[in-house]
Design a protein around this ligand. Structure first.
Ligand SMILES: *Cc1c(COP(=O)(O)O)cnc(C)c1O
Length: 373
């Protein structure tokens, strides 16, 4: 096995993916406009049972565009899970609003929805729900709270293509919901993203700001400043092909997750991902390990030992409420959020890319046992 290397996320590209992109090229559709983009947007909206979908360059752009369209102002507050990616707060901070960070549930690693209500004030404008690492957020209490208090619900489903909650697809719950098609996501075009909604006015606004605020009349005369966030036809062709086999993708992720649970379940002072939550099976978008007890604080050593054996790993999200960048916004003084801090310090994930083979899985499990047992 000497010299074997298993990257943390090896992508899988099928023959039909290649065919789909080649067809776009042959047909001469390469830009971010035209029938291939529209077909993918329509198929994606249908898949999540939404009325409208707007493709964008990546999942961060999807969140930033969605948040831009909320017209937040200084003094407005947005409730965000601390255990999430920077993309969830970048636009909140840029527009002068204040993120209010909430801790995670220690067993699911998702936003602890029981803690949210106590953070709602008269200034709360939005809540961002992030389905994390393969399990859904408990949406019902958030939906009820948002409805009662007139708060917008932004649903970040970047890690949750095809995942369900109470029989409905993740991405179908938010006033606006967002996806990423980055290389390690369940549907991937390398880079890409999507915003979905049922609100026709919001849909128009999203499209307007995505596309440089061009208008049908007087195309090059602008009344607002927008961005070029268009996803190309080639990316849409690739992601569309992957949408068509999302069930196989989820099946494979679960196969890998089940295998790791079986092989790594007995190690002391390691927490593995919850297998279920809220009646839903984890789809193991990533397969995380969290060091506990005597192993706490040893993550760097463990990752290095695995790296030397050719096993790629990645640390968990660093808690947002501890991000150094908050200093720039005079928001560095934050209360302790113990779960997010524990996960952010002691969690990492091991290879589960769709391109890995069964023998790669065996190798990763063997090496984890060698390092951790
Ligand atoms: C990946 C991810 C994003 C960002 O997507 P990019 O396409 O990489 O910009 C946003 N939110 C979550 C929860 C993600 O996992």
């Amino acid at each position: 096995m000497a010299g074997k290397v298993v990257p943390v996320s090896n992508p899988f590209v099928s023959e039909s993916d290649i065919h789909s992109v080649a067809k776009a090229l042959r047909d001469g559709w390469i830009s971010g406009e035209g029938p291939i983009v529209e077909a993918f947007e329509n198929a994606f909206a249908d898949y999540c049972s939404r009325d409208f979908a707007v493709s964008v360059t990546n999942g961060t752009a999807a969140l930033e565009l969605a948040i831009h369209c909320l017209d937040l102002a200084e003094g407005d507050e947005v409730i965000v899970p601390s255990f999430a990616i920077i993309s969830c707060v970048s636009q909140v901070l840029r527009c002068g609003a204040t993120p209010i960070f909430v801790d995670s549930d220690p067993s699911t690693w998702n936003l602890d929805v029981d803690l949210v209500a106590q953070h709602v004030t008269s200034r709360t404008r939005a809540i961002i729900a992030v389905h994390t690492y393969g399990l859904p957020v408990n949406m019902d209490p958030l939906l009820a709270l948002c409805k009662d208090c007139g708060i917008a619900l932004i649903e970040d489903a970047a890690e949750a293509h095809g995942l369900t909650y109470q029989g409905r697809k993740c991405g179908s719950f938010g006033d606006v919901s967002t996806f990423s098609f980055y290389a390690n996501k369940n549907i991937s075009s390398g880079e890409g993203g999507m915003v979905v909604t049922d609100d026709a006015d919001l849909y128009k606004k999203l499209k307007y700001f995505r596309n440089l605020t061009f208008r049908a009349e007087e195309r090059f005369v602008h009344e607002d400043l927008g961005w070029n966030l268009r996803m190309s036809s080639l990316q849409c062709a690739l992601a569309h092909s992957q949408l068509n086999r999302i069930e196989e993708t989820l099946h494979r992720r679960r196969e890998i997750g089940d295998f790791y649970h079986e092989r790594l379940g007995g190690i002391e002072d390691i927490t593995l991902p919850a297998t279920h939550s809220l009646g839903v099976r984890n789809d193991y978008w990533v397969f995380g390990l969290v060091l506990t007890g005597d192993r706490e604080g040893t993550r760097a050593l463990v990752q290095k030992a695995l790296q030397e054996l050719g096993v790629g790993t990645r640390p968990f999200f660093y808690p947002l409420h501890r991000q150094p960048v908050l200093k720039i916004f005079k928001l560095a003084d934050q209360p302790t959020l113990p779960v997010a801090e524990h996960l952010g310090t002691n969690g990492f994930y091991i290879p589960n890319g769709l391109g890995m083979t069964n023998s790669d899985m065996e190798y990763v499990a063997d090496m984890c046992l060698q390092v951790l047992q």
